[in-house]
Design a protein around this ligand. Structure first.
Ligand code: ZN
Length: 47
């Protein structure tokens, strides 16, 4: 998995939201966070 912004390495991490935990990808260079919902939204916009 590469960061779509800077092309850096992304690591799979566990995040803690307001009322739930979720897993997502975080870029170790620019700090970009991508989770499942964000990815799905991005795919929707391409249609
Ligand atoms: Zn990045």
């Amino acid at each position: 998995m590469k960061c779509y912004r800077c092309g850096g390495t992304m690591v799979f991490e566990k995040f803690f939201g307001i009322c739930e935990e979720f897993f997502g990808w975080r870029c170790i260079f620019c700090g970009e966070i991508v989770d499942k919902v964000i990815l799905e939204n991005r795919l929707e916009q391409k249609r």
